[in-house]
Design a protein around this ligand. Structure first.
Ligand code: KE4
Length: 430
């Protein structure tokens, strides 16, 4: 591969943008080297500034579940654009998207649109605190709920990638209200409840973790959290920014048959445009302004252009549920092929539907500590080998790969052939 245009752009970008990127995880800090700058995308492929093609397993970190550049979605956005971009006033299309989501996600009485997953999650915990009158939240080491202060304690994704899971700038007062438990470890939750249960407003988690690699919940984990939240009168919040509309129409709630009290969304809900949302039971949601006293707001929340993109995307997923079977089949094929191709090496593969990750090491990866024990040097070599051969993986071992509907047999076969070549090279140098 020739990265000369990307290198030139990176030099220029650093003169105006901190680290040359508008989101840290894009900076390749965890895998080394310089970020690739992309110019355009179509279907399953990204094309970089040097005109080179890559099979895309990042999907813009999840939103592009249907692949890039679909005419039906672009037409919906263009039609909407011709009517004006945003009014800062209610529009019918916001109702259409809210009603469609309610039809796809059982148990959702009311939903509020925002502009990112961070906004959705920070609004959800403020609402939980306002509804319960309590202050503490339990989050899980390695889970990432966006960059709001309350979440930058043992956070995953870019925070752990860059070695700042506990970010400077978060005050001790804020941090004191965030309690940490271990993913897939109910005992660690019970311990926090023992010490702080009387002041516990919420338990928030990724129902399938995607920010320490992909880590599905153990069978009893989600059910156990549901029971603990009920016993404590705490709000159970599923952060479905990654899993929402990806694992199933009804997301992880449907996939695991567990009902949260509040659910947050991002990524797929906007189809590639900036949309987040939080929603849930009426008795909680009606505490949100202007209905109730818990304030939350946003200039571009529910803006019609983003709504049009989200509506077109979710409309396709709702009308063509066979897409979920296709994503499952592609995920299963990729997983079994990876197991075969990586056979000479020590590795673990975690997968749920179209979320999958490879961890180099012989141990199971069930929580943050086990994810952190994986061989990151081998992951770096793996990432760059695949990049240099036209496959774009997330530039961090603490991320999940995403499979889009546009990824077909050819892309899977090319990817697996390359993985096999990598494994042979690694064996040769061992
Ligand atoms: P945003 O504010 O980035 O839209 O969403 C925050 C968020 C909340 N919850 C979960 C489960 C998430 O995965 C995210 C964001 N995910 C990262 C990727 N791991 C976004 C990529 C980035 O930070 O650039």
């Amino acid at each position: 591969m020739n990265f000369s245009k990307s290198e030139e752009l990176f030099e220029r970008a650093q003169r105006s943008i901190p680290g040359g990127v508008n989101s840290p995880v894009r900076a390749f800090k965890s895998v080394g080297g310089k970020p690739v700058f992309f110019e355009r995308a179509k279907g399953a492929y990204l094309y970089d500034a040097d005109g080179q093609a890559y099979i895309d397993f990042v999907n813009s970190w999840g939103p592009m579940i249907l692949g890039q550049g679909r005419e039906d979605i672009l037409n919906a956005v263009q039609d909407r654009m011709s009517k004006g971009l945003t009014f800062g006033a209610p529009t019918a299309i916001e109702i259409e998207l809210a009603e469609l989501i309610k039809s796809m996600v059982p148990g959702l009485d009311l939903i509020r649109m925002v502009n990112s997953g961070t906004e959705a999650c920070m609004s959800a915990i403020r609402l939980a605190r306002g509804y319960t009158g309590k202050s503490k939240i339990i989050k899980f080491a390695g889970c990432y709920h966006g960059h709001a202060d309350s979440f930058l304690i043992k956070a995953g994704s870019g925070a752990v990638t860059l070695g700042t899971p506990d970010s400077p700038g978060v005050t001790p007062g804020t941090a004191a209200d965030t309690l940490i438990a271990e993913y897939n470890n109910l005992e660690s939750v019970r311990k926090q409840v023992e010490d702080h249960g009387s002041d516990l407003a919420a338990i928030i988690l990724e129902p399938v973790a995607g920010n320490m690699g992909c880590i599905p919940p153990s069978k009893e984990f989600l059910q156990g959290l549901r029971e603990i939240a009920d016993q404590q009168g705490a709000v159970l919040i599923f952060d479905e920014v990654m899993t929402g509309f990806r694992l199933a129409k009804g997301g992880a709630q449907e996939a695991y048959g567990i009902q949260a009290d509040l659910v947050t969304y991002g990524k797929v809900i906007g189809g590639g445009m900036p949309v987040g949302a939080f929603g849930g039971k009426r008795e909680i949601m009606e505490k949100i302004s202007p209905l109730g006293p818990v304030y939350q707001a946003g200039t571009l929340s529910g803006n019609p252009l983003a709504m049009a993109c989200g509506l077109a995307t979710l409309g396709i997923l709702n009308e063509q549920p066979e897409i979920y079977q296709k994503l499952e089949n592609t995920g299963a094929k990729l997983e079994s092929g990876l197991r075969e191709a990586l056979e000479p090496l020590e590795f673990t593969i975690n997968r749920k539907g179209s979320m999958i990750s490879v961890h180099f090491g012989s141990h199971s990866v069930l929580d943050f500590d086990s994810a952190a024990k994986a061989n990151n040097d081998r992951f770096k070599r793996f990432f760059h080998f695949m990049l240099n051969h036209g496959v774009y993986l997330p530039p961090s071992a603490f991320e999940t790969w995403f499979i889009s509907e546009a990824i077909g047999e050819n892309e899977i076969q090319k990817t697996l052939d390359l993985v096999g070549e990598f494994a042979r090279l690694e064996t040769a140098i061992a």
